[in-house]
Each structure stands twice: as structure tokens, then as C-alpha cells.
Design a protein around this ligand. Structure first.
Ligand code: GDP
Length: 529
């Protein structure tokens, strides 16, 4: 098969949702359709169990699962599908943000009863900013939930999206009869039997035919006709281009648990979702069909065996073909590297692959060469953009608790930060190290891993920081900037890349500082150019 055909048949995407909306269940049903797994229950939830905060076995369990579910690849009707796992737990939100740099589209799962929840809002905001095409799946229709129109309104308002339903529920909860598939123009009746894999669909050529009344009863048929009329009146037709540009989001309804409405979603997804897209680098836009291989690291995973400190770097292939045992340029450090056992990931196993195409993810064994965001090429000096750090929510000083192990501690911190577990800031004034995280759970993970993988001990000390702000002076030589640096000396730090950061201790300080120094821009994301 030509590289063009290989690219055209690939779909690399992520499923995002608030925890418990049904992401794991949906993933599993998609894998069942692809024949990648044989039975339900094979996909482990990557959730942190409640109350497991200090249970280190739980953290290890979670890490094990997260390697296994990082990428799930399968074939469906001639399409190669790569699902990238995105942790739903808010303490791992950074990881999800980074994974979103490697997807070509997403499916957003929403619980019909709970509607739009907090984590969905945050993740969709990132997708909107990055113009990632989105399909919405409203789940759990077998339960009582919000009215479909009300929910569509809520999705538009809270998520700032422009939706168009491609399926519509017939009843809900106890009364749930099935869905009308607007996309395929057929009716799908719900039997409520979760063991059934593929449900029956009934073609309906004309909504006004009596067949519909016979199928779902007069009353339901009338209601459905009225509702569909309203849908046509209120929502625009599906527009492929608008969807691809993230200007329109199709919506499907169903019940993942009952495997209902999932095939419809999948069939529509493979026909409309974009194949691997061109990617911007600092130097130029790189197209997937280019001859030369390029790719970038979006995730690093530490080996589960603490005695071997090797790691797996997950590389998304952007262009060309990636081949085993071929030297590639690691652009940041100028080294040529060869990989003898690149891994591809399937539902229940990983395999060594000889060749991979744009859209695919390969896992490369790494002994410490890679950082998140690194680019690999066939020789060209290309730097892919766009794996920003966000301001952490929590900040603590990290101290060495075993003076004989300071080297191990430094190395451990260095590598854990490369993995993206947390962010390190070094204070300008005294060189003290501050760890910033999205969730408090991360501190325990770091402490535990430093001890078990690096033999180093650390303690934390509280530090009151509201936000880390990346500093961009209009004129670095101006008196205003010099004054800013002098007055804020105690709060200035460098991040791991050496960028200057101001640690604002309260919302009030932040506001006053912004007013006092209008020509010193403060950003909450590390990338702003
Ligand atoms: P995740 O946190 O988003 O991965 O959610 P899960 O897939 O683990 O689902 C959370 C809970 O909702 C589980 O108990 C599922 O069995 C349940 N669930 C998922 N889909 C449905 C559905 O369509 N209907 C009902 N009633 N429950 C569902």
C-alpha cells in the first residue's frame, strides 16, 4: 500500500470526559467492534480509586494500567484506528493536555444526567484553542436525564461549541426506545440487552410512513417527528469543512454500557474524522505525505521495574515512515539514534514493529535522552511547537532529606520532570527548588518514586504561591523591567527550560503587579510566541 493510502486510512484520536461519564466503557465497546478484544471488562479503568491517595500500591497499579492503555490500536473496516488514552483524573490533567497535542480529533463523552461537568469544560477549552475537530457522544440514555434540546443548549453555552445532532433519542430512561440516526436515516431500537453486540437497524425511508408508528407506537412517532422538525429548523446541516476546522460539532446519543448507538458513532467517525494532519514546526509546516520521517515525543513513561531506569518515550509520527534500526536525528541534542525494538500498542499487548506511518504512535526505549516535546527527524533541523506547560495549582519547596544522596535526588528530580510528572522552578535568589503540580497527589507520587527508583529521600515545605507567570518584557533593557526584577527579586524563578517565571503569591499581588508594570507581560502558559 502506498504511503498516501496508509495515511488516508488512519484515524488518531482521544476520548475526553469528566470521570465517570463512560470513557472506559465506550473505549471498550469500540475495541469490541474492532475485534481487538473478545469480551467486555478487558480494558482497565485508569482511574485513581477514591481514598487511594496514600496507597502506593494504587499508584503503581495506576501506572501499570496507564502503560497498557496509553495507545490502543485496532483495525475496523479497513481503517487503522489509534485511540490515545487521556487520564480523566484532574491531578493528571497535564498529561491529558500533552496527549491532545498528538491527536487529530477527539470524541467528547457527556453523561446525559450530569450534563457538562468541570473537567469536560477544561479539556474542551484546550481542544477549541487548538482547533481540534470534536464529536460529542451523549451517554447513558438508558437512564433518566436531561431533555435532549436542553442538553444541546447547555453544550453550546458551557462549552462554546456549535453543535448539530446526527442522531436523536426516542424517549429516555425507562421510556428509552432507541435512536433515530439522522446521518444514516434509520431507526435503531433499544432492547436493553447489554450482551448483544450489534443491534438491529431498521431503514426508514420516509419519517411520515406508518412503519414508524408500528415500530415505536403512535405517540412516540409523533413526538419524534416534531422533534426532528425542530432539529432541522434549529440546527444547521452537518458541514464537513466546518467540523474539520472545529467550527461545528456533530452530536450522537446512546448508551455505551448497552453498546447502543456506538456503531453509529464509530461508522460516522471513520467517515468524517480527519486523517493525520500537517503540523507546524518553528521552521515550516510539515505534511504527513512528505518522504522524510519526522515525529515528536508527547509522553514519557517510566519503566515499571525500578531496577531498570529505562523509559518508554511515545512518539507521534508526523511525516514519512518510521523504520526500525534506522538512525534518526534527535534534534535537540544533535545525536543520531537507532531503535532496535520500537513498540506498537494494541489492546492487550505490545509488539515490535518494523515500520510505522504518520498518525501512528511508537514507543521507544530510552535511557534518558528524551524530554517531552523533543523532535526526531531524518536529518532536517525541525522543532515541533506546541507542548506548553500550564501554571501549576500547587507549589512546595523540595528539600533533600539524605545529604549522602544529593546526586541521586538531583537526577531523580530531573528525570521525573522530563517525564512531565510535575514542574520544577529554581528560585533566582537562593537556588532553592520548588515543585509545582496540578494536583496534591503528585507530591506523594514523586516522593515515592524518588525513593524507590533513585534511592533518594525528600521532604516538602509549604510555599504560598497563587500562580506561576511566564514573564515577557516588551523591552528587556527598559527601566520598568529592571525595576520589576529588583522589586520582585524574591519571587523570580527559572523553569526547567531556563525561562523566567514570576511566582505571584496571591491574586491581589498579581493584579497589582500587572497594573504597575503594564509593559511586562505575565502569561499563565509557557508558550506565548
Ligand atoms: P470513565 O470514568 O469516564 O472512564 O467512566 P466508566 O466507563 O468507568 O463508567 C463509569 C460508570 O458508568 C460505570 O459504572 C459504568 O458501568 C457506567 N456506565 C457507562 N456507560 C453507561 C451507560 O450507557 N448507561 C449506564 N446506566 N451506565 C453506564
Amino acid at each position: 500500500m502506498s504511503i498516501k493510502k496508509e495515511i488516508a486510512r488512519r484515524r488518531t484520536f482521544g476520548i475526553i470526559s469528566h470521570p465517570d461519564a463512560g470513557k472506559t466503557t465506550l473505549t471498550e465497546k469500540l475495541l469490541l467492534f474492532g475485534g481487538a478484544i473478545q469480551e467486555a471488562g478487558a480494558v482497565k479503568s485508569n482511574k485513581i480509586k477514591k481514598g487511594a491517595t496514600s496507597d502506593f500500591m494504587e499508584i503503581e497499579r495506576q501506572r501499570g494500567i496507564s502503560v497498557a492503555t496509553s495507545v490502543l490500536a485496532f483495525e475496523y473496516n479497513g481503517t487503522k484506528i489509534n485511540i490515545l488514552d487521556t487520564p480523566g483524573h484532574k491531578d493528571f490533567a497535564e498529561d491529558t493536555f500533552r496527549t491532545l497535542t498528538a491527536v487529530d480529533s477527539v470524541i467528547v463523552v457527556i453523561d446525559v444526567a450530569k450534563g457538562v461537568e468541570e473537567q469536560t469544560e477544561k479539556l474542551v477549552q484546550v481542544c477549541r484553542m487548538r482547533k481540534i475537530p470534536m464529536i460529542v457522544f451523549v451517554n447513558k440514555l438508558d437512564r433518566e436525564g436531561k431533555d435532549a434540546f436542553e442538553l444541546l443548549d447547555e453544550i453550546e453555552q458551557k462549552l462554546d461549541l456549535h453543535v448539530t445532532p446526527l442522531s436523536f433519542p426516542i424517549g429516555m430512561g425507562y421510556d428509552f426506545k432507541g435512536i433515530y440516526n439522522i446521518w444514516e436515516k434509520n431507526v435503531n431500537l433499544f432492547s436493553g440487552d447489554s450482551r448483544k453486540n450489534i443491534e438491529e437497524t431498521i431503514e426508514i425511508e420516509d419519517l411520515n410512513s406508518e412503519e414508524l408508528d408500528t415500530l415505536i407506537g403512535n405517540e412516540s412517532a409523533e413526538t419524534l417527528r416534531e422533534e426532528l422538525e425542530l432539529v432541522t429548523g434549529v440546527y444547521p446541516d452537518f458541514d464537513q469543512e466546518a467540523y474539520s476546522k472545529a467550527e461545528q460539532q456533530p452530536v450522537f446519543f446512546g448508551s455505551a454500557l448497552n453498546n447502543f448507538g456506538v456503531r453509529e458513532l464509530l461508522d460516522c467517525f471513520i467517515s468524517i474524522a480527519p486523517p493525520p494532519r500537517p503540523k507546524e514546526s518553528e521552521e515550516r509546516v510539515v505534511k504527513p505525505e512528505e518522504k522524510d520521517f519526522t515525529g515528536f515525543v508527547f509522553k514519557i513513561h517510566a519503566n515499571m521495574d525500578p531496577k531498570h531506569r529505562d523509559r518508554l518515550a511515545f512518539v507521534k509520527i508526523v511525516s514519512g515512515v518510521f523504520e526500525r534500526n534506522t538512525p534518526y536525528l534527535h534534534v535537540r541534542n544533535g545525536k543520531k539514534l537507532k531503535f532496535s525494538s520500537p513498540n506498537a500498542f494494541f489492546a492487550e499487548r505490545k509488539e515490535i514493529v518494523d515500520i510505522s506511518y504518520p498518525g501512528d504512535i511508537v514507543g521507544l526505549h530510552d535511557t534518558g535522552n528524551f524530554k517531552i516535546g523533543d523532535t526526531l527527524t531524518q536529518g532536517e533541523e525541525i522543532h515541533y511547537k506546541g507542548i506548553p506547560s500550564f501554571s501549576p495549582e500547587h507549589f512546595r519547596y523540595i528539600n533533600n532529606a539524605d545529604p549522602l544522596k544529593s546526586k541521586q535526588l538531583a537526577k531523580g528530580i530531573d528525570q521525573l520532570m522530563d517525564e512531565g510528572v510535575a514542574q520544577l522552578f529554581t528560585l533566582e535568589l537562593n537556588g532553592r527548588k520548588v515543585i509545582g503540580t496540578v494536583g496534591a497527589l503528585q507530591y506523594e507520587v514523586i516522593q515515592y518514586r524518588l525513593e524507590h527508583e533513585y534511592g533518594a529521600k525528600c521532604t516538602y515545605e509549604p510555599l504560598s504561591v497563587h500562580k506561576a507567570c511566564w514573564v515577557e518584557p516588551k523591552d528587556p533593557k527598559s527601566e520598568e523591567f529592571k525595576d520589576f526584577l529588583r522589586v520582585k527579586q524574591r519571587f523570580m524563578a527559572k523553569d526547567k527550560r531556563g525561562q523566567l517565571v514570576f511566582l505571584a503569591d496571591s491574586p491581589f499581588t498579581l493584579q497589582v503587579t500587572q497594573q504597575k508594570y503594564p509593559n511586562v507581560k505575565l502569561h499563565f502558559v509557557s508558550e506565548f510566541k
